[in-house]
Design a protein around this ligand. Sequence first.
Ligand code: GLU
Length: 308
Amino acid sequence: MKSVLLNKDAAIIGRFAPTPSGPLHFGSLVAALASYCHSKSQQGQWLLRIEDVDTPRVVRGSDRQILQVLEAFGFEWDGAVMYQSDQFECYESRLSDLIELELCYACECSRRTLKQAGAKIGPLGLNYPGICRDRNLDPKDHSIRIITESVRTSGFTDQVFGPIEINIHAQVGDFVLRRADGIYAYHLAVVVDDAQQGINQIVRGADLLESTCLHLYLQQVLGLPAPGYLHIPLIKNIRGGKLSKQTGATAVDTTQASALLVSAMRFLGQSIEPDMDHAGPEEVINHAVKVWDPANIVPEANYNKTIL
Ligand code: GLU
């Protein structure tokens, strides 16, 4: 696998963090390329993390497949690949810290209970109205939520989308850090892992724009550094939703690697040479790093298949 030794002195450390729930599709390729170019154009490191925390969603073998496809597209990552499934003890220990700080409580509410209680839909799903907060339930077999009462607004300036702000308490409510089935929530896992890998520049899809506000809150209560954030526009499916494995996005074709990379760069507004799709994928990637300018990314970009 294409991994080079970690340079501990690199100032910029970025990452690509795919969920192994199926093969790499064009939307993930765009995220991989953008995060790669952003780090490498600043002489930084580009780390990989397989986000297999949500074990029921994992499709066996897709991690290897994703790594092989990245390799076929000419990506080289730095250091060893991190797997979230090796990180459960770290998540548990950070969760214990938050429990000790009296920032968490156990909750037995199902989605149905929440709907019956009239919970409103916020930017990240149902807004939790705090039903179990004072019930002192046993954390075993129940989900664990973090108290957000003291957090009014949380926001940041995204490098593409500009200022993003949500009122966590009013629009999201106390959110889950560990599910009743024992699975750690993505929000907890991602902040623990990013800190552990020393990530200081995060480039990922705009579907996580609002979630970033939760991540900043968790970083603050856990005493972890806050990285810079750059979200890229999403590639939509024909129904206007996010192109994803769940909605049947197809695997990228490695025999079309250069053309797909050129297409991804055009979607990202980058000035890639027109004849680049005849070059090898490594050459396209090197060129992409040279011309990379995040100021050219258009937040409302739409992917049009004819650019392929
Ligand atoms: N694992 C997420 C995905 O595959 C990305 C999460 C992140 O970059 O923070 O969409």
